[in-house]
Design a protein around this ligand. Structure first.
Ligand SMILES: Nc1ncnc2c1ncn2[C@@H]1O[C@H](COP(=O)(O)OP(=O)(O)OP(=O)(O)O)[C@@H](O)[C@H]1O
Length: 245
């Protein structure tokens, strides 16, 4: 039987090799190797300042970086954020990045910027997003800035889905949210990965992420210090040894 949690057990869609990035003299990411394949949700864990957000920014080409990011087997050379997004690698950033003075519908429409005036495709994608988050359908004309934090996070994920991603990256979608709505959103991410979409989830709340993930990468001081099979984590105290090592 193949061990589905082992890196490489599934053909990687996103394959990150030796990725490094720095802010001035701060070496925030030091040679990260990780991958995510079809149907895999991988968790990126670690304490504050471990380099998790930097990893996502470097994959997207939002900050200068060294190393290689391969997408569907080909190297994403000279990565620029727009080019990476056009390929289908889509980031839901920390803080959500939605436009508060625009309606829910307008935010969703922006996510589908690549399809131009193709109304049929727009409708198809909206229908999918409403299946994932029925609440958004009820709030289409509401200014998104007036929605609750949980609803705004649903919109951020919904808008990313409007781009029809081939890989979805999320930076702490649970930040500041109540446990119930966090559960709802993470469950939806589980559904998306089960439908085949590779999902890379940066998450501080390790126990929640480990419930969904097939594999977790634990970061500390810019490095991956452990690759974890969530089924082997007997208690969450076990993880603490890495957090406080
Ligand atoms: N714009 C920046 N300028 C300088 N240093 C930065 C910048 N952004 C991050 N850093 C530093 O890089 C390191 C990694 O930060 P990063 O935000 O990637 O960590 P993180 O694991 O995502 O933490 P958190 O969970 O708190 O968001 C930290 O030491 C941080 O202080």
């Amino acid at each position: 039987m193949t061990d589905q949690s082992a890196p490489g057990a599934v053909e990687p869609v996103l394959d990150v090799r030796g990725l490094s990035a720095r802010y001035g003299h701060v070496e925030a990411l030091k040679g990260a190797d990780l991958c995510a394949g079809k149907g895999e949700l991988i968790a990126v864990l670690g304490p504050n300042g471990a380099g998790k957000s930097t990893l996502l920014r470097a994959i997207m080409g939002l900050i200068p970086n060294q190393g290689e990011v391969r997408f569907e087997g080909a190297s994403l050379v000279r990565r620029d954020p727009v080019g990476v997004a056009r390929k289908g690698v889509v980031l839901v950033p920390e803080g959500r990045g939605i436009f508060g003075s625009m309606t829910v519908y307008e935010n969703l429409e922006l996510g589908a910027y690549k399809i131009g005036r193709n109304k049929h495709e727009l409708q198809r994608r909206l229908t999918h997003v409403f299946e994932l988050f029925p609440r958004l359908k009820e709030r289409l004309s509401q200014l998104s800035g007036s929605m609750s934090g949980g609803e705004q996070q649903m919109l951020a994920v919904g808008r990313a889905m409007m781009a029809d991603p081939k890989v979805l990256l999320l930076d702490e979608p649970s930040l500041g949210l109540a446990p119930r709505v966090t559960g709802e959103i993470l469950e939806t991410l589980g559904t998306l990965s089960a439908s085949g979409l590779p999902v890379v989830l940066v998450e501080q709340k390790a126990p929640l992420a480990l419930k969904l993930a097939c594999r977790a990468y634990l970061f500390s001081l810019g490095r991956i210090v452990a690759t974890i099979d969530p089924r082997e984590v007997k208690s969450h105290d076990e993880l603490a040894q890495y957090y406080f090592a």
